[in-house]
Design a protein around this ligand. Structure first.
Ligand code: GUN
Length: 286
C-alpha cells in the first residue's frame, strides 16, 4: 500500500483563505487583527521563522509588527516591551520567538504575556485551559496536527493514538487534544523501554522528537495514520522529519510529508489564533 499524503501546503492555503475572509469582515467592523513578533538575538533559523510569520500576516490582511533586538537586550527591557504590547490595543497576539538568549528567563517572559494575547498558547493559563477543556489558545503545532486529522475526516473516538515526545510545545498538548477527541492516548519518550511495542498498537502516531528515523516501517501497524512533526537535516543537508518517510508510506494509510506537512500548518494556526483573539476582543466589547 502507498499512503495518501496529507498536504500541509494545500490545507494551509485553504485555511488561510478563510482567515483572510474573516479578517476582511472584521475590518468592516473597524478592527484589524494585529500580531507582534519579538525576536531577540541573531539565531538564523529564528530569523527565517519570524519573517514567515510576518509574511503570513501580510498575506491574510492582518497588521503585524516585527520587533528585533540585539542579543544583549536585558530581561527587564524585554519584559517592558511585553508590557507595552499587552497594553497596545492594535495588537491582539504577542509572540516572543524562542529560543531566547541564555541570560533571559524564557518562562518569566512567556508568563508576562497577557493570556488574552498568548497566541502561541505557551502561557501556563493557556496550558491550564487546554487541560480542563476551557476556551484559550492552543499551541499552534499540535493544533495544526489536529486540523490535518480533521481534513481527512478522521474520527479519533475509540482509536489508540501514540505520541512520541513529551515537550511542552508539542507532545504534551498534542496528547491532551487527542484525549479531548476521545482517543486512548499513550505518550512515549526517551525512557520508554520498547517504543516499537507501543507504536505497533497505534491507529494514529504523532512523531515529535526532533531526531531522524525515530519511526520506521517495522514499527507501524498497516493502515495507521502518521503525523511527522520533526524538522531535521539528513546527511545530504536535505530537510527531513522524524519518520522514515520512504519506508513508512508503504505501510501507513495517510502520512504527512516533510517539508510541506506540519510546518506550514504551524504558521497557519498562529494566524487562526490571532484572528480569534481579535474576534474575542470584539465580542467582549459588545
Ligand atoms: N521557536 C520555534 N518554534 C516556535 C514557536 O512556535 N513559537 C515561538 N514563540 N518560538 C518558536
Amino acid at each position: 500500500m502507498t499512503a495518501q499524503l496529507i498536504d500541509g501546503n494545500a490545507l494551509s492555503r485553504q485555511l488561510r483563505e478563510s482567515v483572510a475572509q474573516r479578517v476582511a469582515t472584521l475590518k468592516t467592523q473597524g478592527i484589524t487583527p494585529g500580531l507582534a513578533v519579538v525576536l531577540v538575538g541573531d539565531n538564523p533559523a529564528s530569523q527565517v521563522y519570524v519573517r514567515n510569520k510576518v509574511k503570513a500576516c501580510h498575506d491574510t490582511g492582518m497588521h503585524s509588527v516585527l520587533e528585533q533586538y540585539g542579543a544583549t537586550m536585558t530581561e527587564a527591557d524585554l519584559l517592558a516591551r511585553v508590557d507595552a504590547l499587552n497594553n497596545d490595543p492594535t495588537i491582539h497576539g504577542i509572540l516572543v520567538q524562542l529560543p531566547l538568549p541564555a541570560h533571559i528567563d524564557a518562562h518569566k517572559v512567556i508568563e508576562a504575556i497577557s493570556p488574552a494575547k498568548d497566541v502561541d498558547g505557551f502561557h501556563v493559563a493557556s496550558a491550564g485551559a487546554l487541560m480542563v477543556g476551557q476556551p484559550g489558545f492552543w499551541p499552534c503545532t499540535p493544533y495544526g496536527c489536529m486540523k490535518m486529522l480533521e481534513s481527512i475526516g478522521y474520527n479519533l473516538r475509540g482509536k489508540h493514538a501514540v505520541v512520541i515526545g513529551r515537550s511542552n510545545i508539542v507532545g504534551k498538548p498534542m496528547a491532551l487534544m487527542l484525549l479531548q477527541q476521545n482517543a486512548t492516548v499513550t505518550v512515549c519518550h526517551s525512557a520508554t523501554p520498547d517504543l516499537k511495542a507501543m507504536t505497533l498498537q497505534a491507529d494514529v502516531i504523532v512523531a515529535a522528537v526532533g531526531k531522524r528515523n525515530v519511526l520506521t516501517a517495522d514499527m507501524v501497524k498497516p493502515g495507521a495514520v502518521v503525523i511527522d512533526v520533526g524538522m531535521n537535516r539528513n546527511d545530504e543537508g536535505k530537510l527531513c522529519g522524524d519518520v522514515d518517510f520512504a519506508g513508512v508510506k508503504e505501510v501507513a494509510s495517510h502520512i504527512t510529508p516533510v517539508p510541506g506537512g506540519v510546518g506550514p500548518m504551524t504558521i497557519t494556526m498562529l494566524m487562526v489564533n490571532t484572528l480569534e483573539s481579535a474576534e474575542r476582543g470584539l465580542a467582549a466589547q459588545a
